[in-house]
Design a protein around this ligand. Structure first.
Ligand SMILES: Nc1ncnc2c1ncn2[C@@H]1O[C@H](COP(=O)(O)OP(=O)(O)OP(=O)(O)O)[C@@H](O)[C@H]1O
Length: 250
């Protein structure tokens, strides 16, 4: 039997007297796309922090491809094939789109990471960067300053930078946040292709229509617990989920 790409075993986080996460267990199969939803403060960001190594759980285990990575640092998990985008933009606005992507590729390949070093169009990092920009549909913006891109294109650039690190498991933290309605469709297509290429994807997203149309399964967090994990249809029909969202639009 193949190991799940990502597995959480009874993960918990207690800070002082506060239980932030309690007993969260899930398995995400290779190539699967799972959406994580839940009301504000439910523990979604904390869960992503624990999976990516920003926080260490006080109980339970995190496994990547069957390997226990619970005690490993962010960069060690990145090397093990985990990539993450953040809610806040991580692009360098003064650098071009191409330079941003090349820096991300260099961080994976090692060696000098100075963006001011004259890039050779045929070096490995430049090749990886070009391929990733092509994949997200930003190749025509290679020479554009990242700071002048629309929010939607910045998100695409962040995804390209993530792809440049060649992750197998991708965590997307609210990719639609701040994106104008005209840019949503293009970004959805990029995420759909990311999934179709066989990568395993976990996505926190408040834009419910987008999320439900993309994912294989939905994990519902509530008060630090995993309330349900199932197909979008089954989760939306679950009375416990509806109760958790009472007063909010699902
Ligand atoms: N380091 C910390 N110390 C104390 N409480 C924390 C800490 N980190 C998170 N919390 C609390 O844990 C709960 C879960 O927070 P978290 O940010 O994970 O929720 P979320 O589901 O991502 O919310 P949102 O949708 O608003 O981003 C919140 O009540 C938050 O205040």
């Amino acid at each position: 039997m193949t190991e799940p790409a990502l597995q959480l075993d009874a993960v918990g986080l207690q800070i002082g007297g506060a239980r932030i996460l309690r007993d969260v267990s899930m398995q995400v199969a290779t190539g699967e796309m799972v959406g994580v939803i839940g009301p504000n403060g439910a523990g979604k960001t904390t869960l992503f922090n624990i999976i990516s190594g920003v926080s260490v759980p006080t109980s339970g285990r995190v496994l990547l491809g069957g390997d226990d990575v619970t005690g490993r640092k962010v960069h060690q998990r990145a090397r093990a094939g985990l990539g993450r985008t953040f809610q806040t933009s991580s692009v360098f606005p003064g650098l071009t789109v191409g330079e941003n992507a090349r820096l991300a590729a260099q961080s994976k390949l090692g060696g000098a990471t100075s963006p001011w070093r004259f890039p050779r169009a045929d070096d490995e990092a430049s090749g990886v960067a070009a391929r990733c920009l092509e994949e997200v549909g930003l190749a025509h913006h290679t020479g554009t300053a990242a700071g002048v891109l629309s929010h939607g294109d910045k998100r695409k650039l962040e995804i390209a930078m993530l792809l440049a690190t060649e992750p197998e498991v991708v965590l997307l933290d609210e990719p639609m946040a701040g994106v104008g309605s005209g840019d949503v469709g293009g970004l959805v297509e990029v995420i759909r292709r990311l999934h179709a290429s066989g990568r395993t994807v976990l996505m926190v997203e408040h834009h419910m229509e987008v999320l439900l149309g993309l994912v294989d399964r939905v994990a519902v967090m509530h008060h630090g617990e995993l309330l349900a994990i199932d197909t979008p249809k089954a989760v939306m029909a679950d009375p416990a989920v509806q109760k958790a969202y009472l007063g909010e639009t699902v």
